[in-house]
Design a protein around this ligand. Structure first.
Ligand code: AMP
Ligand code: GLY
Length: 423
């Protein structure tokens, strides 16, 4: 046997993308997932341990003797999975719990940014219902209201309605004891995923997610309805400013922390009309669905890159990307991002496209195979249909060709993924 055994933690489309990327890496012999989904079971071995069971995952990693654990979602990182794995001398891709606070606490992230002079919106914390009105006065509409909890991208309200803003603030205070109100940033969003450790960092090609549920960015925020990469809004000059004003100071700060940050820092950017980037949010993991369009761009062996970052020798690896484009379109269950109806049969999901350099395939997320071999929806974001091609047009064409052939009662998807990049 040559190559390493790797354990991927999580069960979404991002983890399916990671499992595919790792299974195609020469450095990897086999991939395991906990708990995984129907998609990961096609390229890896699933283990029935939930990602919330920190000791269960640590024991699984020890039993399997894996050389690397790649943690997909944020919650296990905030809850100390990487800390525990490192105590057992198992390399883990994903920061320790203190590093993960950059996502676990928006207040902490803002405080760090302010102390380093990183561009981001002004914010206030509100604890008292009585002070809501005064705080609404001190910010211009539209108001941005954020619960400071892990909410899967759904804890944010952006509204020009004072009544809706008031309600969001009151609900937040009643549910969590406090809530944040933040200066509204205008411009175009992009996601820059940065793989880092104390030895160095690599900025992956920028991608762009579509956070609102409906076409033309209408409706409530979601975990993400589709993405593409590279995103042309991140011009060489925007990327140079992002590196200088955001990534360099964050890397300097994190490499000098007591425990170095080893994993992905997801920089959620707002780019204004002058090309000035500011930080909307940090996440401490790859994005979902950004991972589905970024991992296919790796030219360098993904397993080697993630192993190096999790051991602290990323600077020894030269990371290169393919000159291709990727796009992914999320299929969501009826009701998403609210209460979803799941347990329905999905047809047509196993179609693929392979025409010259144009590839199309499905990343599965909230879906599992039942005893009769049918694929059944189990969550809000069920799958995403992905195209990889020499041009963005062709990548989108492949993704839409596949998703149009998929049947799931009541499901919906956006028809305008990539619209900002297509003239
Ligand atoms: P977050 O959970 O902080 O990423 O926020 C989710 C989404 O809400 C972002 O991707 C933006 O689309 C929007 N958003 C958050 N903060 C702001 C802000 N300060 N100004 C404008 N839009 C924002
Ligand atoms: N797609 C947004 C996120 O992963 O947070």
């Amino acid at each position: 046997m040559t190559g390493m055994e790797v354990l991927v933690v999580g069960s979404g489309g991002r983890e399916h993308a990671l499992a595919i990327g790792l299974s195609e890496s020469d450095s990897v012999f086999s991939v395991h997932c906990a708990p995984g989904n129907a998609g990961t079971s096609m390229v890896a071995t699933n283990h029935n341990v939930p990602d919330s069971d920190i000791e269960g995952i640590v024991n699984l990693a020890k039993d399997l003797g894996v050389s690397l654990v790649v943690v997909g979602p944020e919650a296990p990182l905030v809850n100390g999975l990487s800390d525990r794995l490192r105590q057992e001398s198992i390399p883990s891709f994903g920061p320790h719990s203190e590093g993960a606070l950059l996502e676990g606490s928006k207040t902490h992230a803002k405080t760090v940014m302010q102390s380093l002079g990183i561009p981001t919106g002004r914010f206030e914390r509100i604890d008292e219902i009585d002070s809501i009105e005064a705080n609404l006065e001190s910010f211009e509409p539209p108001w941005v209201i954020k619960r400071d909890v892990l909410a899967g991208g759904k804890g944010v309200t952006v509204t020009s309605s004072r009544k809706e803003a008031y309600e969001a603030l009151r609900n937040g205070i009643e549910t969590d004891g406090f809530v944040l109100v933040e200066e509204h940033l205008s411009g175009e969003e992009a996601s820059v995923l940065v793989i880092m450790d104390e030895s160095g960092y690599v900025m992956l090609p920028a991608s762009q997610d579509h956070k609102r549920v409906g076409n033309n960015d209408q409706g409530p925020n979601t975990g993400g309805m589709g993405a593409y990469a590279p995103a042309p809004v991140a011009t060489p000059s925007v990327l140079a400013r992002t590196r200088e004003e955001i990534v360099e100071p964050m890397h300097h700060h994190l490499r000098n922390s007591k425990i170095p940050y080893r994993g992905c820092l997801y920089v959620g950017l707002m780019i204004d009309e002058n090309g000035a980037p500011s930080v909307v949010e940090f996440n401490v993991r790859l994005g979902d669905p950004e991972a589905q369009v970024t991992i296919p761009l790796f030219q360098t062996d993904l397993g080697l890159v993630l192993l190096a970052a999790s051991r602290g020798n990323l600077s020894d690896v030269e990371v290169e990307f393919k000159e291709v484009h990727a796009a992914t379109v999320v299929l969501a269950s009826e009701g998403y991002p609210g209460d979803v109806i799941s347990g329905r049969v999905i047809d047509g999901w196993d179609a693929t496209i392979e025409e010259g350099q144009v590839l199309g395939f499905v990343h599965l997320a909230g879906a599992n195979i039942n005893d009769s071999g049918e694929l059944i929806s189990t969550g809000g974001r069920v799958l995403s249909s992905t195209g990889v091609a020499p041009s963005l047009d062709e990548a989108l064409g492949a993704a839409y060709q596949i998703i149009e052939g998929i049947n799931l009662k009541g499901s919906h998807y956006r028809e305008d993924i990539g619209f900002r990049a297509i003239p």
